[in-house]
Design a protein around this ligand. Structure first.
Ligand code: NAD
Length: 502
């Protein structure tokens, strides 16, 4: 491995300035080359407490700022995101490994949440009722919570933080973000651009780090709410710990997303849709399709034939190479873990239709590459079926009826996304009614809700009551205050001892 001697040090962003504690450092790698390109500071408890303190200090003035003025900062931020798109996208590809166009797509989905958050003056209006009693009017207001925290995964270093903080700050909260230590550059760029957009210091802070930083955010009494996105075991830990410390929590976890292909489906369309959804971003998406449930033996054989040809033809290389369709996995450890799942599926009797384990990418011997892999004859009792995997591995399970496909999906612990390919409206409707999954696609492989809807799975894919962004986002980052007032023409003549009713 070629390690440069002087590495850039990525620190934190607290009260509008870059700071770093250097006691503990972690390497940041370029997944396409395996090179260590930077080091990132792992925040101590004291550093995280300083970030929370900065957010707490900025809260009174930010809460008192008119929603329209807060929205104006976000309008300017959106323009800066667009102006700096190349820089952001290169930071994502350089640390995550995904291809440039995919990185641009994630940035765009993040920008869409910023656009939605610009509607804060309208979205925070509350409700008013005149004459709820004699000369009595009543209204509800959506008040910000205070300091809120976001903890995010490696796989969308721009989009997932932007599922959270634009809405949180538009609603008048102040924010501490703990991004993934695997690709920390993007969050620091976002912080700089927010400052350039006119955001007051302390409203948005970034702490890089690991469990020590996360645990401080989960237990500090000044943090009012925590949004988490990551794997299910950590989501559950975050939910239990932060709720035990009195915080509001939404913790989004992992997934195992199935695509059901019915005998009447347009197979060529389904295959193209499934290819992008299974192998795009090297399968490192929480909405990636990782299982195809082929209903009927003929469908399975035809589908596998078409898929196999396309998987073998995948163009795999550096994310910076414009001809690449798929880049490397994020780290060597993750690449090896995904490989181990393929070994285990093979041992348990799955049929390896396409085996990506031997892939060599010319000029990138130390990159974390793995070829697209297609497994047939997968059964639900296999360890590789039960695991999320999070790599370029598509598993085919064969079912004889739609009911069998539904029962298989219902038995799975995850409930993030699912899709069905069919030409029959009745089948699609019955399927979407029967299934306990938060986001359902009908001939749409990645049914990620638009910014003005909300994103969230069911079962062990989400701990908490509210989904992320959209209307649920404003609900999550505000608490309701209801005021009831009377300005009587006449003084009250008597005391009333019965409970007031109208
Ligand atoms: P992860 O759970 O390992 O890490 C997520 C965050 O938690 C990171 O910031 C990390 O530093 C922190 N963390 C890790 N271990 C911790 C611990 N023991 N204690 C406290 N904090 C800890 O997830 P990841 O590997 O970065 O991301 C991939 C996972 O995220 C996949 O499971 C994927 O499905 C999931 N994901 C889910 C969604 C969704 O919307 N449901 C979206 C994107 C990713």
């Amino acid at each position: 491995m070629n390690t440069p001697t002087r590495l850039e040090l990525l620190g934190h962003w607290i009260a509008g300035a870059a700071v770093a504690d250097t006691d503990r450092l972690a390497p940041v790698t370029n997944p396409a080359t395996g090179e260590i390109t930077r080091q990132v500071a792992m925040a101590s408890k004291a550093t995280v407490e300083a970030a929370i303190g900065a957010a707490q200090a900025a809260f009174p003035a930010w809460r008192a700022t008119a929603p329209q003025r807060r929205a104006r900062v976000l309008f300017a931020f959106k323009a800066l995101l667009e102006k700096n798109a190349d820089r952001i996208v290169e930071a994502i590809t350089g640390e995550h490994g995904k291809v440039l166009d995919d990185a641009l797509g994630e940035l765009q989905r993040g920008i869409e949440v910023v656009e939605y958050a610009c509607g804060a003056p309208q979205l925070l209006k509350g409700e008013h009722s005149r004459n709820v009693g004699p000369e009595i009017d009543s209204w509800s207001e959506m008040r910000p919570l205070g300091v809120v925290a976001g903890i995010t995964p490696f796989n969308f270093p721009a989009m997932v933080p932007m599922w959270m903080f634009p809405i949180a700050i538009a609603a008048g909260n102040t924010f501490v973000l703990k991004p993934s230590e695997k690709d920390p550059s993007c969050a620091l760029i976002l912080a700089e651009l927010l400052k350039e957009a006119g955001l007051p210091d302390g409203v948005f802070n970034v702490v890089n780090g690991d469990k020590e930083a996360v645990d401080t955010l989960l237990t500090d009494a000044r943090v009012q709410a925590v949004s988490f996105v990551g794997s299910t075991p950590i989501a559950e830990y975050v939910y239990r710990t932060a709720t035990a410390h009195g915080k509001r929590v939404q913790a989004l976890g992992g997934a195992k997303n199935h695509a059901v292909v019915m005998p009447d489906a347009d197979l060529d369309s389904a295959v193209n849709a499934i290819m992008g959804a299974a192998y795009g971003s090297c399968g490192e998406r929480c909405m990636a399709i990782s299982v195809v449930v082929a209903v009927g033996g003929d469908v399975a054989d035809a589908l596998i034939g078409k898929l196999a040809a396309k998987v073998r033809a995948l163009k795999i290389g550096s994310g910076f190479d414009r001809s690449s369709e798929m880049g490397p996995l994020v780290t060597r450890a993750h690449r090896d873990a995904v490989k181990a799942h393929i070994d285990s599926a093979e041992k348990e009797g799955a049929k390896l239709v396409v085996d990506g384990r031997g892939l060599k990418v010319e000029g990138h011997a130390d990159g974390f590459f793995l070829g697209g892999t297609l497994l047939d004859q997968v059964r639900p009792d296999m360890a590789a079926y039960k695991a999320e995997i999070f790599g370029p591995v598509l598993q085919v399970v064969r079912a004889t009826t739609l009911e069998e496909a539904v029962a298989l999906i219902e038995a799975n612990e995850y409930g993030n996304g699912v899709c069905i390919f069919t030409r029959d409206g009745g089948t699609a409707r019955a399927f979407s009614d029967a299934i306990s999954i938060g986001m359902v696609g009908i001939n749409v492989p990645l049914p990620v809700p638009a910014a003005y809807h909300s994103f969230g799975g069911w079962k062990r894919s989400l701990f908490g009551d509210l989904s992320i962004y959209g209307a649920d986002g404003f609900r999550f980052y505000t608490r309701r205050k209801t005021l009831t007032q009377r300005w009587p023409e006449q003084p009250l003549a008597n005391a009333e001892f019965s409970f007031p009713s109208h």
